[in-house]
Design a protein around this ligand. Structure first.
Ligand SMILES: [Fe+2]
Length: 382
């Protein structure tokens, strides 16, 4: 018989329960974008998307157009996807540029995938003319501060967030037994949700809905054995020692991370990284979602699924891979339908009379408290 962990329920008196306005108010969304997305480490995609030299991937990061590139020498870059001349968005869709160049659609200023400005046609009326070398250097694409971890590209648009390694350290330490070099992305997908972005994050942290919304996974009794992990103010989630519920385990023939300690075998982690990253890690698969608001009542999720090791990509594993992907997308499609219903109710003032369920909602309360601090920082400036 598995021991049921103790859950701290004292949060009920400590946490602020976000009110309906938090899901409907444009001013609060502006705070979340301005003080949250623009000042903290947000995930924008994964390096596998730009694996090949010459790749370019535009990302709309909450109204801030960014561009991930892999230059012809294989170096990864993240730039503002904005021409240094009149500010036009440079790249509209994922593409390969074997010439190593990006041409602005407005006046044909041309940049290398390394960001350097290479051409400014008819600069002084004559073909082939250009500003001084110093001016050309100054007008390179504006780089964004970024870091890569578990294949995921994190960006700090302010340039003033704490060092990435410092911010991620509590989770990096916990996940150090998982060798991230073994990750093999098998599929990616974009989901558009009819709900506030915060609901996608809250629902990820909610284990209580799983036996009902995803009844194909297991009965309610399988979901009760979890521990809340509060790794830092920005990093928290659930650890399921036996991983009985929510996302499926893959069949035994798909490989696992080598050399895992005993406590992680058969386990599942579901970790929220404030503000927009949802991470799930098990011995044989990994999932990352980046969530972006699109107005108060819509959001977008960029999802990538990974298996472990080259063996997982072998032809004889094709059937298990397909089944794994089918199950994972089914779960998310069920959540997408659910979030529209949650949004419709949660944005009504009547939801202010709602109440947390003490055993289950510690992580929801932690999320509300984190967003509440963000809203509060409008007044306090922190
Ligand atoms: Fe779910």
């Amino acid at each position: 018989m598995t021991r049921i962990p103790e859950i701290d329920t004292s949060y009920v008196n400590r946490s602020r329960y976000l009110q309906a306005a938090a899901y409907a108010d444009l001013d609060l969304l502006a705070v979340e974008i301005g003080l949250g997305f623009r000042r903290h480490w947000i995930s924008i995609g994964v390096t596998t998307e730009v694996q090949l030299p010459g790749s370019a991937l535009p990302v709309d990061a909450a109204g801030c157009p960014l561009l991930m590139t892999r230059d012809l020498s294989g170096t990864l870059h993240v730039f503002h996807n904005v021409c240094r001349h009149q500010g036009t968005r440079l790249v509209d869709a994922p593409c390969r540029r074997d010439t190593g160049q990006i041409v602005c659609p407005y006046h044909s200023w041309t940049y290398g995938l390394d960001g350097r400005l290479r051409a400014t046609p008819y600069w002084d009326r004559t073909p082939g003319s250009a500003p001084s070398p110093e001016e050309m250097e100054r007008l390179a694409l504006l780089p964004a501060r970024f870091a890569v971890w578990f294949d995921t590209v994190f960006v700090d648009l302010s340039g003033t967030a704490p060092p990435f390694e410092e911010w991620i350290a509590p989770l990096a330490s916990r996940w150090s037994p998982f060798d991230q070099r073994e990750l093999r992305r098998v599929v990616a997908r974009e989901f558009r949700l009819a709900g506030n972005w915060k609901l996608a994050c809250e629902n990820f942290l909610d284990g209580y809905h799983v036996p009902w919304v995803h009844s194909q996974i297991g009965a309610p009794a399988t979901g009760v054995n979890y521990s809340a992990l509060k790794l830092s103010g920005d990093l928290f989630g659930a650890f399921m020692p036996q991983g009985e519920t929510d996302k499926p385990r893959t069949a035994d023939r798909l490989p696992s991370f080598p050399g895992l300690p005993r406590e992680f075998i058969g386990s599942q982690h579901f970790i929220y990284a404030f503000p927009n990253t949802l991470l799930a890690l098990t011995p044989d698969w990994f999932q990352v979602f980046s969530v972006f608001p699109d107005g108060v009542d819509r959001c977008v999720e960029y999802a990538s699924l990974y298996l472990v090791g080259d063996g997982a990509l072998a032809p004889e594993c094709a059937a298990q891979r397909d089944e794994f992907i089918r199950q994972m997308w089914l779960i998310n499609e069920q959540d997408v339908a659910l979030i529209a219903k949650i949004h419709a109710g949660r944005s009504s003032p009547a939801s202010d009379q709602g109440s947390f369920a003490p055993y289950w909602d510690e992580l929801s309360a932690a999320f509300h408290a984190r967003i509440g601090r963000l809203h509060g920082s409008l007044q306090t400036g922190i």
